[in-house]
Design a binder for this molecule. Sequence first.
Ligand code: GAL
Length: 945
Amino acid sequence: MKLSIAKICLPCLLLLTLTTSAIAQNPSGREVTLIDDGWHFAFGHSHDTGKDFNHGTAYFSYLAKTGNGDGPAAAAFDDRAWRLLNLPHDWAVEQSFSEAGSFSHGFKTAGKGFPDKSIGWYRRKISIPETDLGRIISLKFDGVFRDSKVWFNGHYLGNEPSGYDGFEYDVSAYVNYGGENTIAVRVDASMEEGWFYEGAGIYRHVYVQKTNPLHVKTNGTYITTDIKNGYANIKAQVAIENWSNDNNGGDVEIVSTIVDPQGKEISTKQIILAPKPFNISLSDSEIRINTPLLWDIENPNLYRLITQIKKEGKIVDTYETTFGIRSIRFDPEEGFFLNGKHLKLKGTNNHQDHAGVGTALPDELQYFRIKKLKEMGSNAYRCSHHPPTPELLEACDRLGMLVIDETRLMGITDLHLGAVKRMIERDRNHPSVFCWSVGNEEWAIEGNIMGERITNTMQGYAKSIDPTRPVTVGISSGFRSGISSVVEVMGYNYLGNGDIDAHRNQFKQQPGMGTEEGSTFATRGIYVTDDAKHYQAAYDRKPRPSFYSIEEGWKFYATRPYLAGMFIWTGFDYRGEPTPYGWPSVTSYFGMMDVCGFPKDNVYYLKSWWGSEPVLHLLPHWNWQGMEGKEIDVWAYSNCDEVELFLNKKSLGKKMMEQYGHLEWKVAYQPGTLEAVGYKNGKRILTDIRKTTGKPEKIKLTSHRQTLDKANGVAVFNVEVTDKNGLHIPTATNEVTFSIKGGTIIGVGNGDPTSLENDKFIDAIALVNITGLQEQALTTVNLPQQLPSYPKNNWTEAFKDRDYKNLAPAYVYRGQFELASLSATNVVTFFYQKVGVDAVIFVNGKKVNSAKDDAQKYILSADMLKQGINTLNIIATPVHKVKDWDVINANPGVVQVITPADQWKRKLFSGYAQVIVQADGSGKDIVLSATAKDVKAATLTLSVK
Ligand code: GAL
């Protein structure tokens, strides 16, 4: 420390001491703690203030005076009756479906049009030790859908309109050091940002971060790699921030250590001048790595940069950045190159939701989904149409999947450019990210001069933050004007939208790729289109006159070297956009896989031409009872040279496979065995068989994992039924009921776009207010065991004009609560808030006793309750004011009614359902049991470590 002690004031000294001790406890200087668990949640209301806990109605509310968050934004608010949950959370997926719901959001009864399911309040307490005084304490939100406001101990921190951008608030000044602190978040999902399902709530992670005031700025590292012959130069720029009034200057030492995939380390050191107060300084370092292990699709080698900041020899911050060494290049003639090698982009577009859990995906599901795409032969992923959760990019980095990272809305103000900046600064060290997309199908501007201007600004701005990656925009019209005339890499959305070859002939210097192609419809396991049932046959046929099949699309892109590749619309089905239908279809039909990740047949077309393994896949299934003698379309997807088809051992002919094609036969149906045999170089190499099955006999459970991590492990179970020979029944629709020990089911699905079954089975919690509170003053302190009768005409409005200087010895209060319905399974609890010092409480004349765990919690038994209006009486001694301005609580509390959930269940659709299970932290093995009518039950045990 260069300051002379004489200049340090006493509080500063205290602060310095505490800072040092905090750092001593955390030698890295930085602590990042996930705070996903233990949030209290309740619905507010978008326009009925009473139902929004009277938030924002205080005389001096939170915009008038700092610290004045009111209603649930106040630290002292009583949220005991609220639901307790863990993040990530999507309240939309928990709701039922209705035709009145939004087409875009899959007809869920939440958000737009549902004011009582459009505002969600979240509250959580955190304790922060006294030793943290002097550190920068911040809350980090990875993404909240949407329009969130956050308070800390009643202090308003800010508003984040985006449902996709991460944000962070410094709360250091508001902390109750050495005590409890309250985070309150109000989420307003009444607007939609996209035209696809977006969920509702805090659906990504939340962290508390603690750092020294001198630290690496959030997303403050930028690593670029330059591959030379036999070595690579790694440049690391680090932004060091001084978030304090410390103006003492001095040197800051930055130690940069690169850890290679084998754990070998190599370090370098820079000395820079300490940044000025509330300023940043940049440190640039360069490290040479000999014979680097490159990041690519097959071997996604990852390196780590550990940045240590030292001041006066002490480590004040340690910051880790994962990166990869790789080069990318677009060539207008030859397409895309990764590490100098040509790579055709075999991509899919995807939104972020999954069956059962909506947008609140546990991290494991990101890996599950990316692995499924890789198994299909895909090597690229477009985040349509918004920045993803960080864990998706981590999964792509680790598994080897290229990513187009896309911002939500085109424009040139702080709103739009700020989002571009946040996306690029957060994501630019991910080796998977190879391209920034600054827009998609912006119909109002894409073909005109405005689009050209906006793109010029966004593109230039993006490149000012990251010059190493190109910029694209997905364009659906005007392939020759507007955005397309200036964008660096042309993003063609659909062959049907314009003449790609003509565009290319005019703009020969502009590389291009198909940012969207396909848009085909298929229902998994269904082979006859039936508009009445909203079924789309799963054969890859031209979907609409101006759209192309997957095969047509791929033939076009595969045979044009100047096109870098194509991104199919979409990899997975998603909620919303159930084109070509509407209600009661609730998910899209576009996916190569359904919302669970069960493959449709197109997956095998792509595997044949995108993958490297021999493939042979026959469709449809061979259960066509009642269709005997009628012609069935039989297709084979394969990359064999020839395929021969047999029905019950009789050859139906051998056919040559055309490159990027498929084979078709018309086969008169007879039950039995349909078999395809694939030949390569004249040799029989593969067979695929479809057998007519018997009736369902037994449930079969399998899991994508056999062992789970105790803390937050997730397993995806497949559920199916088999016949007496153990054959999977592709047409089964049995309803299967589930029970679990040692873990929690977090969602069920089956991939049926028309299923209106529950995605989740969770207890319903209703909060019932006490209304019409009246009082009578009592002349003696008598807290009776039986409710006395009080004069009928002496009731007056409670607490109105109370003279606190002349309080009565006791008061009796009377209020009502209405139980609209009441069943034997309801659990009803009165959460009392003190309206007096000592009190006795009666419900419908019967005295109630407080619960063991909480003196202010009263379980109301069924025998004292009735459907309709119930009467609450409280006899209590009054609370005296100490100061005139003391506010005395006049709210006696709230009645919570829990309706326990039904048992988890789901029907099979085309033979399959999915159950997603999470470990509950107990460390006990997970045992999932499944039962269904008329078939044998099944149980599967997973070990938890
Ligand atoms: C595209 C759009 C996608 C999706 C798709 C459906 O025009 O970019 O987000 O809506 O159409 O066909």
